[in-house]
Write a protein that binds this ligand. Sequence first.
Ligand code: NAP
Ligand code: G4F
Length: 358
Amino acid sequence: MTPTATAPAVSDPTVPAPSSGGKRAFITGITGQDGAYLALLLLSKGYEVHGGIRRNAQPETARLETLGILDQVTLHNLDLCEMTNIFRLVQDVPVDEFYNLAAQSFVGASWDQPIYTSDVNGMGVVRILDVLRTLAPETRFYQASTSEMFGLVQAVPQAESTPFYPRSPYGAAKVFSHYITVNYRESFGMHASCGILFNHESPLRGEEFVTRKITKGLAKIARGGNAPIQLGNLSARRDWGFAGDYVEGMWRMLQQDTPDDYVLATGVTTPIRDFVSFAAEALDMALDWEGEGLDEVATDRRSGRRVVEVNPAFFRPAEVDLLVGDAARARTKLGWRPRVDVRGLAGMMARADYDAVA
Ligand code: NAP
Ligand code: G4F
C-alpha cells in the first residue's frame, strides 16, 4: 500500500537495507505524543523513518497529521504483545536505530489492566530485545524508561543511581523493562540505552493526562463553558518539561559511542494546583484557591466562575507525590538541556487548546 495523507501506509514487503547516505530508524509508538515528535526530529535530520501502528478500526494517525508528516513515514502493523509481528518486522526492515516508545502509558489505567500493562510494558520489551539480539545485534536500541520507577522516592532529586520503588503496575513493569534492557546490554554487548524521562507534555499530550485535561478544560471555560474541571490529588508534584525537548535527548543517547542510562528532567517540581494557575493565566484568568481536601475549589476572580473541583474518583490507589529529576549526566555527556519551563509549557498547551476549541 502506498503512503497517503489519509490512509496509513502499512508496509509488509521486505524493505531493502538503508542506502549508504541517511540512516533508517524504527519507532514503536509512533502514533503517540513522543513518537510523533521523534519522527519529526528524525525526518529533519534526514532519516528514513518507519513506525509501528496497531490495527484499529480507526487508525490513530491524528498526531502525525497535525505535525504534517503522515505521508513522510512508513507505517507497519505492530503489536508488542505479538512476538511474530516483532520477528517479521526486524527481519524485513533493517534499521540503524530502534526506539521503543510503545506502552500502555496511562498510570491510572494500570490498576485496571495490570496484566495487559505488564505484557506490553514489560514482556513487550524483552520480545524486542531478543529478536534484535538474534537477527540484528548491531541495531542501536532506546528504551522509554520513566521517573514513575522512582515512585515512593528514596532521594530528592532523583538521578540514575537513585533506587527504584514503583507505586503502580505501570511503574513495576517499567522497572522490569529497564533492567532487562541493562541486562541485554551487559550480557550481549548490545548498544541499548534507557532514557529515564520525567513527565513531558505538549499540545499533543493524551487528554487523560492531568496537564492536557487541565488545559482543555480551561480552554472550554474560557470559551464560555461552565463545567468545572474535576481533578484528583492537587498536591502531587511533577517535574514537567516539553516533549519536543525530550525527544532530542533520546536521539542524542543513541549517537553516543557507548550506551548508557540517562535522566531527562528540568530539575523543577510543581504541584498540580500551580500548573492549573499557570495555564489559567495564559487565558487571562486569575484563580483563587479556597478550602481543603475534598472541599478545595478554584474560582476565576475576574468572571466569578468555578474552575476546579476535587473529585475522589480521580484519586489513585497509591500515589507518587514528589518527582524532581537531576539531569546532570545528560547535560554533561549529551549536552542536553530543556528549553521550555513549566509556565511556558502550561501557556503553550492552554493557548493551543483555546485555539482548537474555537
Ligand atoms: P502515548 O502518547 O500514550 O503513546 C503510546 C504509544 O504506544 C501509542 O502510539 C500507542 O498506540 C502505542 N501502543 C500502546 N500499546 C501498544 C501495543 N500493545 N503495541 C504497540 N504499540 C502500542 O505515550 P507517550 O507520552 O508518547 O510516551 C512514550 C513512551 O514514553 C511510553 O513508553 C511511556 O510509558 C514513556 N514515558 C512517557 C513519559 C511522558 O511524560 N510522556 C515519561 C516517561 C516515560 P495507539 O496509538 O494505538 O494507542
Ligand atoms: O498526568 P498524570 O496521569 O501522569 P503520571 O501519572 O505522572 O504519568 C505520566 O508520567 C510518567 C512519568 O513520571 C510516565 F511514565 C507516564 O507514562 C505518564 O506519561 O498524573 C500526574 C499526577 C498524578 O499524581 C495524579 O494523581 O496528577 C495527579 N492527578 C490529579 N488529578 C491527576 C488528576 N491525574 C490525572 N490523569 N487525572 C486527574 O484528574
